[in-house]
Write a protein that binds this ligand. Structure first.
Ligand SMILES: Cc1cc2nc3c(=O)[nH]c(=O)nc-3n(C[C@H](O)[C@H](O)[C@H](O)COP(=O)(O)OP(=O)(O)OC[C@H]3O[C@@H](n4cnc5c(N)ncnc54)[C@H](O)[C@@H]3O)c2cc1C
Length: 405
Protein backbone atom coordinates (compact mmCIF):
# COMPACT_ATOMS: atom_id res chain seq x y z
CA UNK A 1 0.00 0.00 0.00
CA UNK A 2 1.33 3.45 -0.93
CA UNK A 3 0.89 6.67 1.06
CA UNK A 4 1.46 7.40 4.73
CA UNK A 5 -0.58 6.32 7.72
CA UNK A 6 -1.95 8.57 10.43
CA UNK A 7 -3.91 8.13 13.61
CA UNK A 8 -6.96 9.24 15.64
CA UNK A 9 -8.88 8.10 18.70
CA UNK A 10 -12.10 7.74 16.72
CA UNK A 11 -12.61 7.36 12.97
CA UNK A 12 -16.17 8.09 11.86
CA UNK A 13 -17.07 6.61 8.48
CA UNK A 14 -19.71 8.83 6.86
CA UNK A 15 -20.48 12.53 7.26
CA UNK A 16 -24.28 12.30 7.32
CA UNK A 17 -26.31 13.40 10.37
CA UNK A 18 -25.40 10.28 12.38
CA UNK A 19 -21.66 10.53 11.77
CA UNK A 20 -21.49 14.28 12.30
CA UNK A 21 -23.50 14.17 15.54
CA UNK A 22 -21.30 11.35 16.86
CA UNK A 23 -18.15 13.26 15.88
CA UNK A 24 -19.28 16.50 17.55
CA UNK A 25 -20.13 14.78 20.82
CA UNK A 26 -16.96 12.67 20.93
CA UNK A 27 -14.71 15.62 20.05
CA UNK A 28 -16.47 17.78 22.64
CA UNK A 29 -15.47 15.17 25.20
CA UNK A 30 -11.79 15.51 24.27
CA UNK A 31 -11.33 12.64 21.79
CA UNK A 32 -9.37 13.17 18.57
CA UNK A 33 -11.95 12.47 15.88
CA UNK A 34 -11.57 12.17 12.10
CA UNK A 35 -14.68 11.94 9.88
CA UNK A 36 -14.17 10.33 6.46
CA UNK A 37 -16.84 11.36 3.97
CA UNK A 38 -16.64 10.05 0.44
CA UNK A 39 -18.61 12.92 -1.03
CA UNK A 40 -17.10 16.25 -2.12
CA UNK A 41 -19.22 18.26 0.35
CA UNK A 42 -21.24 17.76 3.51
CA UNK A 43 -24.94 17.57 2.61
CA UNK A 44 -24.24 16.75 -1.06
CA UNK A 45 -25.82 15.10 -2.88
CA UNK A 46 -29.18 15.42 -1.11
CA UNK A 47 -30.72 11.97 -0.77
CA UNK A 48 -33.62 12.71 1.51
CA UNK A 49 -36.87 14.70 1.65
CA UNK A 50 -36.24 16.29 5.03
CA UNK A 51 -39.73 15.87 6.49
CA UNK A 52 -39.47 16.23 10.28
CA UNK A 53 -41.03 17.61 13.45
CA UNK A 54 -40.29 20.93 15.12
CA UNK A 55 -40.39 19.95 18.79
CA UNK A 56 -37.78 17.16 18.63
CA UNK A 57 -35.59 19.25 16.32
CA UNK A 58 -35.69 22.14 18.81
CA UNK A 59 -34.81 19.72 21.58
CA UNK A 60 -31.77 18.67 19.53
CA UNK A 61 -30.77 22.33 19.17
CA UNK A 62 -31.26 22.48 15.39
CA UNK A 63 -31.77 26.18 14.53
CA UNK A 64 -35.14 27.22 13.10
CA UNK A 65 -33.35 28.65 10.03
CA UNK A 66 -32.88 25.00 9.01
CA UNK A 67 -36.56 24.24 8.43
CA UNK A 68 -39.74 25.36 6.73
CA UNK A 69 -42.82 24.98 8.99
CA UNK A 70 -45.95 23.20 7.77
CA UNK A 71 -49.40 24.29 8.99
CA UNK A 72 -51.52 21.66 7.31
CA UNK A 73 -51.08 17.96 6.63
CA UNK A 74 -53.34 16.53 3.95
CA UNK A 75 -53.65 12.78 3.41
CA UNK A 76 -55.14 11.82 0.06
CA UNK A 77 -56.40 8.27 -0.36
CA UNK A 78 -57.94 6.46 -3.32
CA UNK A 79 -61.40 7.88 -2.56
CA UNK A 80 -61.00 9.68 0.77
CA UNK A 81 -59.10 12.73 1.95
CA UNK A 82 -58.37 14.19 5.36
CA UNK A 83 -56.74 17.47 6.39
CA UNK A 84 -55.29 18.28 9.79
CA UNK A 85 -54.61 21.94 10.53
CA UNK A 86 -52.06 23.29 13.00
CA UNK A 87 -52.18 26.94 14.02
CA UNK A 88 -48.84 26.34 15.69
CA UNK A 89 -47.00 24.11 13.24
CA UNK A 90 -45.74 20.74 14.45
CA UNK A 91 -44.31 19.40 11.20
CA UNK A 92 -41.61 20.93 9.04
CA UNK A 93 -39.35 20.27 6.08
CA UNK A 94 -35.63 20.58 6.60
CA UNK A 95 -33.25 22.43 4.35
CA UNK A 96 -31.16 19.26 4.25
CA UNK A 97 -27.95 20.84 2.96
CA UNK A 98 -28.08 23.62 5.56
CA UNK A 99 -28.90 21.23 8.41
CA UNK A 100 -26.07 18.82 7.58
CA UNK A 101 -23.63 21.69 7.15
CA UNK A 102 -24.74 23.06 10.52
CA UNK A 103 -24.02 19.64 12.03
CA UNK A 104 -20.64 19.67 10.26
CA UNK A 105 -19.84 23.09 11.72
CA UNK A 106 -20.76 21.81 15.20
CA UNK A 107 -18.36 18.90 14.76
CA UNK A 108 -15.54 21.15 13.55
CA UNK A 109 -16.10 23.65 16.36
CA UNK A 110 -15.87 20.81 18.86
CA UNK A 111 -12.47 19.85 17.40
CA UNK A 112 -13.27 17.08 14.88
CA UNK A 113 -11.53 16.95 11.51
CA UNK A 114 -13.66 16.26 8.42
CA UNK A 115 -11.96 14.75 5.39
CA UNK A 116 -13.88 15.02 2.12
CA UNK A 117 -13.63 12.73 -0.88
CA UNK A 118 -12.28 10.26 1.67
CA UNK A 119 -13.60 6.86 0.67
CA UNK A 120 -13.25 4.15 3.32
CA UNK A 121 -12.61 0.74 1.83
CA UNK A 122 -12.50 -1.55 4.85
CA UNK A 123 -11.48 -2.11 8.44
CA UNK A 124 -7.99 -2.65 9.78
CA UNK A 125 -8.06 -5.47 12.30
CA UNK A 126 -5.52 -6.89 14.65
CA UNK A 127 -5.94 -9.71 17.19
CA UNK A 128 -9.69 -9.82 16.60
CA UNK A 129 -10.32 -6.16 17.21
CA UNK A 130 -10.72 -3.12 15.02
CA UNK A 131 -7.67 -0.86 14.70
CA UNK A 132 -8.74 1.69 12.11
CA UNK A 133 -9.67 1.83 8.43
CA UNK A 134 -8.20 1.54 4.94
CA UNK A 135 -9.08 4.69 3.10
CA UNK A 136 -8.08 6.96 0.23
CA UNK A 137 -8.45 10.67 -0.36
CA UNK A 138 -7.07 13.18 -2.86
CA UNK A 139 -4.39 14.51 -0.46
CA UNK A 140 -3.01 11.29 1.02
CA UNK A 141 -3.90 8.69 -1.62
CA UNK A 142 -4.56 5.16 -0.33
CA UNK A 143 -3.50 4.87 3.29
CA UNK A 144 -4.19 3.36 6.68
CA UNK A 145 -5.87 5.54 9.28
CA UNK A 146 -5.42 3.88 12.65
CA UNK A 147 -7.70 4.49 15.62
CA UNK A 148 -8.87 2.97 18.90
CA UNK A 149 -12.44 2.74 17.64
CA UNK A 150 -14.32 3.06 14.34
CA UNK A 151 -17.88 4.34 13.95
CA UNK A 152 -19.85 2.95 11.02
CA UNK A 153 -22.14 5.84 10.01
CA UNK A 154 -22.09 4.90 6.34
CA UNK A 155 -25.87 4.99 5.90
CA UNK A 156 -27.96 2.42 4.10
CA UNK A 157 -25.17 -0.08 3.36
CA UNK A 158 -23.76 -0.26 6.91
CA UNK A 159 -21.01 -2.15 5.12
CA UNK A 160 -18.48 -2.25 7.97
CA UNK A 161 -21.02 -3.41 10.55
CA UNK A 162 -22.40 -5.97 8.11
CA UNK A 163 -18.91 -7.28 7.37
CA UNK A 164 -18.24 -7.55 11.12
CA UNK A 165 -21.49 -9.49 11.64
CA UNK A 166 -23.11 -6.79 13.79
CA UNK A 167 -26.13 -6.41 11.55
CA UNK A 168 -28.03 -8.39 8.91
CA UNK A 169 -28.14 -7.39 5.26
CA UNK A 170 -30.92 -5.13 3.99
CA UNK A 171 -33.59 -7.71 3.42
CA UNK A 172 -36.07 -4.88 2.94
CA UNK A 173 -35.40 -1.29 1.88
CA UNK A 174 -37.42 1.80 1.12
CA UNK A 175 -36.46 3.21 -2.24
CA UNK A 176 -37.34 6.83 -2.90
CA UNK A 177 -37.19 9.24 -5.81
CA UNK A 178 -38.16 12.90 -5.70
CA UNK A 179 -37.89 16.13 -7.61
CA UNK A 180 -37.55 19.51 -5.98
CA UNK A 181 -39.82 21.77 -7.96
CA UNK A 182 -40.07 25.49 -8.18
CA UNK A 183 -43.85 25.79 -7.96
CA UNK A 184 -45.20 29.23 -7.08
CA UNK A 185 -48.82 28.06 -7.36
CA UNK A 186 -48.51 25.46 -4.59
CA UNK A 187 -49.80 26.20 -1.08
CA UNK A 188 -46.50 26.24 0.80
CA UNK A 189 -48.20 25.87 4.19
CA UNK A 190 -49.36 22.38 3.31
CA UNK A 191 -47.69 18.97 3.11
CA UNK A 192 -49.50 16.19 1.25
CA UNK A 193 -49.26 12.41 1.54
CA UNK A 194 -50.79 10.30 -1.24
CA UNK A 195 -51.72 6.70 -0.55
CA UNK A 196 -53.07 3.94 -2.78
CA UNK A 197 -52.26 1.42 -5.47
CA UNK A 198 -52.10 3.99 -8.27
CA UNK A 199 -49.69 6.40 -6.61
CA UNK A 200 -47.33 4.13 -4.67
CA UNK A 201 -48.33 0.51 -4.01
CA UNK A 202 -47.13 -0.44 -0.54
CA UNK A 203 -45.59 3.01 -0.04
CA UNK A 204 -46.65 6.62 -0.42
CA UNK A 205 -46.22 9.77 -2.43
CA UNK A 206 -45.52 13.17 -0.90
CA UNK A 207 -45.38 16.90 -1.53
CA UNK A 208 -43.19 18.64 1.06
CA UNK A 209 -42.88 22.44 0.76
CA UNK A 210 -39.35 23.46 1.66
CA UNK A 211 -39.34 27.26 1.38
CA UNK A 212 -38.56 29.74 -1.41
CA UNK A 213 -41.64 28.53 -3.35
CA UNK A 214 -40.10 25.08 -3.72
CA UNK A 215 -41.75 21.76 -3.06
CA UNK A 216 -40.30 18.27 -2.94
CA UNK A 217 -42.53 15.86 -4.78
CA UNK A 218 -41.60 12.23 -4.39
CA UNK A 219 -42.58 8.59 -4.12
CA UNK A 220 -41.25 5.80 -1.97
CA UNK A 221 -41.92 2.09 -2.22
CA UNK A 222 -40.69 -0.91 -0.29
CA UNK A 223 -38.43 -3.53 -1.83
CA UNK A 224 -38.94 -6.41 -2.26
CA UNK A 225 -42.58 -5.99 -1.11
CA UNK A 226 -43.36 -3.90 -4.19
CA UNK A 227 -41.97 -4.19 -7.72
CA UNK A 228 -43.40 -0.81 -8.78
CA UNK A 229 -40.96 1.44 -10.61
CA UNK A 230 -40.50 4.79 -8.76
CA UNK A 231 -39.77 6.70 -12.00
CA UNK A 232 -43.12 5.73 -13.54
CA UNK A 233 -44.93 6.50 -10.26
CA UNK A 234 -43.29 9.90 -9.95
CA UNK A 235 -44.25 10.74 -13.50
CA UNK A 236 -47.88 9.97 -12.67
CA UNK A 237 -47.66 11.96 -9.43
CA UNK A 238 -46.32 14.97 -11.36
CA UNK A 239 -49.47 14.91 -13.48
CA UNK A 240 -51.63 14.74 -10.34
CA UNK A 241 -49.64 17.60 -8.79
CA UNK A 242 -49.98 19.78 -11.89
CA UNK A 243 -53.74 19.18 -11.93
CA UNK A 244 -53.90 20.19 -8.26
CA UNK A 245 -52.07 23.50 -8.65
CA UNK A 246 -53.75 24.31 -11.99
CA UNK A 247 -52.33 23.88 -15.48
CA UNK A 248 -51.52 27.61 -15.80
CA UNK A 249 -49.23 27.52 -12.77
CA UNK A 250 -45.57 26.82 -13.67
CA UNK A 251 -43.81 23.92 -11.93
CA UNK A 252 -40.49 22.50 -12.95
CA UNK A 253 -37.63 20.58 -11.35
CA UNK A 254 -34.64 22.38 -9.85
CA UNK A 255 -33.08 19.29 -8.25
CA UNK A 256 -33.55 15.55 -8.25
CA UNK A 257 -32.95 13.34 -5.21
CA UNK A 258 -32.93 9.58 -4.74
CA UNK A 259 -31.87 7.12 -2.13
CA UNK A 260 -32.44 4.00 -0.09
CA UNK A 261 -33.32 3.51 3.54
CA UNK A 262 -32.95 0.18 5.35
CA UNK A 263 -36.05 -1.42 6.83
CA UNK A 264 -34.74 -3.88 9.39
CA UNK A 265 -36.28 -4.96 12.70
CA UNK A 266 -35.43 -2.54 15.53
CA UNK A 267 -33.39 -5.04 17.51
CA UNK A 268 -31.62 -6.70 14.56
CA UNK A 269 -28.41 -4.67 14.92
CA UNK A 270 -25.84 -5.08 17.63
CA UNK A 271 -24.89 -1.43 18.08
CA UNK A 272 -21.38 -2.07 19.45
CA UNK A 273 -18.68 -4.62 18.81
CA UNK A 274 -15.00 -4.75 19.77
CA UNK A 275 -13.72 -1.38 18.56
CA UNK A 276 -16.71 -0.84 16.27
CA UNK A 277 -19.84 1.27 16.83
CA UNK A 278 -22.82 1.45 14.43
CA UNK A 279 -25.06 4.47 14.18
CA UNK A 280 -27.88 5.95 12.05
CA UNK A 281 -29.17 4.18 8.94
CA UNK A 282 -26.16 1.87 9.15
CA UNK A 283 -27.84 0.51 12.29
CA UNK A 284 -31.41 0.74 10.93
CA UNK A 285 -32.25 3.46 13.48
CA UNK A 286 -34.86 5.40 11.48
CA UNK A 287 -38.59 5.08 12.02
CA UNK A 288 -39.92 2.67 9.42
CA UNK A 289 -43.46 4.07 9.67
CA UNK A 290 -42.92 6.98 7.26
CA UNK A 291 -39.21 6.47 6.59
CA UNK A 292 -38.12 9.28 8.87
CA UNK A 293 -34.50 9.04 9.98
CA UNK A 294 -32.71 12.37 10.27
CA UNK A 295 -33.61 13.37 13.82
CA UNK A 296 -33.14 9.77 14.99
CA UNK A 297 -29.68 9.71 13.37
CA UNK A 298 -28.73 12.90 15.23
CA UNK A 299 -30.07 11.57 18.51
CA UNK A 300 -28.36 8.19 18.13
CA UNK A 301 -25.11 9.95 17.17
CA UNK A 302 -25.25 12.03 20.34
CA UNK A 303 -25.80 8.90 22.46
CA UNK A 304 -22.94 7.11 20.68
CA UNK A 305 -20.54 10.08 20.96
CA UNK A 306 -21.26 10.49 24.66
CA UNK A 307 -20.71 6.79 25.22
CA UNK A 308 -17.34 6.93 23.42
CA UNK A 309 -16.24 9.59 25.88
CA UNK A 310 -17.65 7.81 28.94
CA UNK A 311 -15.93 4.56 27.88
CA UNK A 312 -12.62 6.04 29.08
CA UNK A 313 -10.69 4.06 26.45
CA UNK A 314 -12.57 0.77 26.98
CA UNK A 315 -14.03 0.50 23.46
CA UNK A 316 -15.57 -2.93 24.00
CA UNK A 317 -19.29 -3.79 24.14
CA UNK A 318 -18.93 -3.61 27.93
CA UNK A 319 -17.25 -0.19 27.94
CA UNK A 320 -19.72 1.22 25.39
CA UNK A 321 -22.86 -0.32 26.90
CA UNK A 322 -24.39 3.07 27.74
CA UNK A 323 -25.03 3.75 24.03
CA UNK A 324 -27.35 0.79 23.24
CA UNK A 325 -28.96 1.23 26.64
CA UNK A 326 -29.76 4.90 26.05
CA UNK A 327 -30.95 4.29 22.49
CA UNK A 328 -33.29 1.45 23.44
CA UNK A 329 -34.66 3.24 26.46
CA UNK A 330 -35.40 6.25 24.31
CA UNK A 331 -36.94 4.59 21.24
CA UNK A 332 -37.83 0.94 21.80
CA UNK A 333 -41.61 1.38 22.08
CA UNK A 334 -42.00 3.75 19.13
CA UNK A 335 -39.63 1.81 16.84
CA UNK A 336 -41.29 -1.51 17.64
CA UNK A 337 -44.76 -0.16 16.89
CA UNK A 338 -43.55 1.63 13.73
CA UNK A 339 -41.93 -1.52 12.41
CA UNK A 340 -45.02 -3.64 13.15
CA UNK A 341 -47.20 -1.11 11.33
CA UNK A 342 -44.74 -0.93 8.43
CA UNK A 343 -44.95 -4.70 7.95
CA UNK A 344 -48.70 -4.48 8.01
CA UNK A 345 -49.21 -1.56 5.62
CA UNK A 346 -46.74 -2.92 3.08
CA UNK A 347 -49.63 -5.17 2.01
CA UNK A 348 -52.33 -2.50 2.07
CA UNK A 349 -54.53 -1.95 -0.98
CA UNK A 350 -56.96 0.82 -1.84
CA UNK A 351 -59.79 -0.28 0.45
CA UNK A 352 -57.38 -0.65 3.41
CA UNK A 353 -56.01 2.85 2.82
CA UNK A 354 -59.47 4.36 2.64
CA UNK A 355 -60.33 2.67 5.91
CA UNK A 356 -57.11 3.89 7.54
CA UNK A 357 -57.75 7.45 6.35
CA UNK A 358 -61.28 7.42 7.75
CA UNK A 359 -59.72 6.36 11.03
CA UNK A 360 -57.21 9.16 10.89
CA UNK A 361 -60.12 11.53 10.38
CA UNK A 362 -61.49 10.50 13.80
CA UNK A 363 -58.27 11.55 15.55
CA UNK A 364 -57.68 15.10 16.73
CA UNK A 365 -54.99 17.10 14.90
CA UNK A 366 -52.60 16.54 17.81
CA UNK A 367 -53.25 12.80 17.98
CA UNK A 368 -52.73 12.52 14.21
CA UNK A 369 -49.47 14.51 14.42
CA UNK A 370 -48.20 12.01 16.97
CA UNK A 371 -48.96 9.14 14.59
CA UNK A 372 -47.05 10.91 11.79
CA UNK A 373 -44.17 11.46 14.21
CA UNK A 374 -44.14 7.78 15.39
CA UNK A 375 -44.83 8.98 18.93
CA UNK A 376 -46.96 6.31 20.59
CA UNK A 377 -46.60 7.43 24.18
CA UNK A 378 -48.99 6.13 26.87
CA UNK A 379 -50.49 9.64 26.95
CA UNK A 380 -51.27 9.37 23.25
CA UNK A 381 -52.77 5.91 23.70
CA UNK A 382 -54.96 7.12 26.56
CA UNK A 383 -56.26 10.02 24.48
CA UNK A 384 -56.95 7.78 21.48
CA UNK A 385 -58.72 5.27 23.72
CA UNK A 386 -61.44 7.89 24.11
CA UNK A 387 -61.73 8.77 20.40
CA UNK A 388 -61.00 5.42 18.71
CA UNK A 389 -60.48 2.53 21.16
CA UNK A 390 -60.36 0.03 18.28
CA UNK A 391 -57.22 1.70 16.92
CA UNK A 392 -55.34 1.13 20.17
CA UNK A 393 -56.57 -2.48 20.24
CA UNK A 394 -55.43 -3.01 16.64
CA UNK A 395 -51.99 -1.54 17.29
CA UNK A 396 -51.57 -3.73 20.35
CA UNK A 397 -52.58 -6.77 18.31
CA UNK A 398 -50.05 -5.98 15.55
CA UNK A 399 -47.22 -5.46 18.01
CA UNK A 400 -48.00 -8.53 20.10
CA UNK A 401 -48.49 -10.51 16.88
CA UNK A 402 -45.01 -9.49 15.78
CA UNK A 403 -43.57 -10.29 19.15
CA UNK A 404 -44.83 -13.86 18.77
CA UNK A 405 -43.60 -14.29 15.20
C1 LIG B 1 -35.70 9.04 -0.63
C2 LIG B 1 -35.55 9.19 0.85
C3 LIG B 1 -36.38 10.08 1.52
C4 LIG B 1 -36.23 10.25 2.88
N1 LIG B 1 -37.02 11.16 3.51
C5 LIG B 1 -36.83 11.43 4.80
C6 LIG B 1 -37.57 12.44 5.44
O1 LIG B 1 -38.45 13.06 4.84
N2 LIG B 1 -37.28 12.72 6.74
C7 LIG B 1 -36.31 12.05 7.43
O2 LIG B 1 -36.08 12.34 8.61
N3 LIG B 1 -35.62 11.05 6.86
C8 LIG B 1 -35.84 10.73 5.56
N4 LIG B 1 -35.12 9.75 4.96
C9 LIG B 1 -34.17 8.97 5.78
C10 LIG B 1 -32.90 9.77 6.08
O3 LIG B 1 -32.37 10.27 4.88
C11 LIG B 1 -31.89 8.86 6.75
O4 LIG B 1 -32.48 8.19 7.83
C12 LIG B 1 -30.70 9.69 7.27
O5 LIG B 1 -30.06 10.30 6.19
C13 LIG B 1 -29.72 8.77 8.00
O6 LIG B 1 -28.55 9.47 8.29
P1 LIG B 1 -27.14 8.72 8.35
O7 LIG B 1 -26.16 9.73 8.75
O8 LIG B 1 -27.29 7.48 9.14
O9 LIG B 1 -26.88 8.23 6.84
P2 LIG B 1 -26.65 9.08 5.53
O10 LIG B 1 -27.36 10.36 5.58
O11 LIG B 1 -26.93 8.15 4.41
O12 LIG B 1 -25.10 9.39 5.55
C14 LIG B 1 -24.13 8.41 5.31
C15 LIG B 1 -22.89 9.09 4.77
O13 LIG B 1 -21.84 8.12 4.66
C16 LIG B 1 -21.13 8.38 3.48
N5 LIG B 1 -20.46 7.12 3.11
C17 LIG B 1 -21.04 5.96 2.74
N6 LIG B 1 -20.10 5.03 2.48
C18 LIG B 1 -18.90 5.62 2.70
C19 LIG B 1 -17.55 5.16 2.59
N7 LIG B 1 -17.26 3.93 2.20
N8 LIG B 1 -16.55 6.03 2.90
C20 LIG B 1 -16.84 7.30 3.29
N9 LIG B 1 -18.10 7.78 3.39
C21 LIG B 1 -19.12 6.96 3.11
C22 LIG B 1 -22.20 8.82 2.49
O14 LIG B 1 -21.65 9.56 1.42
C23 LIG B 1 -23.11 9.67 3.37
O15 LIG B 1 -22.75 11.03 3.40
C24 LIG B 1 -35.25 9.51 3.61
C25 LIG B 1 -34.45 8.60 2.94
C26 LIG B 1 -34.59 8.43 1.57
C27 LIG B 1 -33.70 7.47 0.88
Amino acid sequence: MSGRSDTADVVVVGGGPAGLATAAEAARGGLRVVVCERSHAIGEPVRTSGGSFIKPLKRLGVPSSCWHPVHRIRVVGPSTEVVKTYRRPVGCVLDVRRTYQWLGAQAVDAGAEIRLKAQVEGLLEHDGRVRGVRTRDPFRGPHELTSHVVVDASGHTGFLARGAGLRPGNERSAVGLEVELRATGYDHDEAIFWLGDDIAPGGYGWAFPCGEERVRLGVGVLRPDSVAEPRALLDRLLDEFRTRIGPASPASAIEMHSGLMPVIPPRATQLVGRGLVVVGDAAGQGSTLLGEGIRYAIEAGRFAGRSLVEAGGDFTPHGLASYPRAWRRHTRRDMTISYAVNKRIANYHDEDWDRAIRRLDRLTATQAARVFASDFSPRWALGVLLTDPALVRDLARHVIGRGRS
